[in-house]
Design a protein around this ligand. Structure first.
Ligand SMILES: Nc1nc2c(c(=O)[nH]1)N=C([C@H](O)[C@H](O)COP(=O)(O)OP(=O)(O)OP(=O)(O)O)CN2
Ligand SMILES: [Zn+2]
Length: 141
């Protein structure tokens, strides 16, 4: 879906899954230094989420792919990102979008008894621009 190589995240968990998804959203960067990006405009955001863990749940899932899509696409598709409380100080940059998605996925995964972890979130905002968020060791709920 990202139509490019996937930057790998190194780990020693037994299982890893990756979920691609995309959503359409508008945003603006409320800062003069953002130039034309200060004006409201839209993107199709392409997202890749990496989840890993040593154990599966009773259904043989690390986490249901559909749950990941609901948590991210279900929240942001066809919305104005600046209106979401998750974005502090009205700055939904690519970097911050990646971090916020990581936080939402971590919240979802923290409810699982077998406790999978989100190791990486890639967000592509334009054909030539993407950002990656990787948590520091131990940075999870
Ligand atoms: N570090 C960041 N820089 C910029 C961000 C960002 O989120 N983080 N965002 C923007 C704009 O919002 C814009 O949507 C993306 O900018 P850009 O990649 O420059 O878009 P172009 O399609 O014009 O890219 P070209 O490669 O020049 O065609 C700006 N900066
Ligand atoms: Zn933009």
């Amino acid at each position: 879906m990202l139509q490019q190589f996937y930057p790998q995240v190194h780990h020693d968990y037994r299982y890893e899954l990756n979920k691609d998804m995309h959503f359409a959203a508008a945003h603006f960067i409320d800062d003069e230094r953002a130039g034309v990006c200060k004006e409201m405009h839209g993107h199709t955001y392409f997202v890749n989420i990496t989840v890993a863990g040593d154990d599966l749940d009773d259904t043989g899932f690390l986490i249901n792919f559909k749950s990941l899509k609901k948590q991210v696409h279900g929240r942001f598709d066809h919305t104005l990102l600046n209106t979401h409380p998750e974005f502090p100080e009205g700055i939904p940059t690519t970097e911050v979008v990646a971090k916020v998605i990581w936080e939402l996925v971590d919240e979802l995964l923290s409810q699982e008894k077998h406790r999978p972890y989100c190791l990486q979130v890639i967000v592509r905002e334009t054909p030539t621009s993407y950002a990656i968020y990787r948590p520091k060791r131990g940075e999870h709920r």
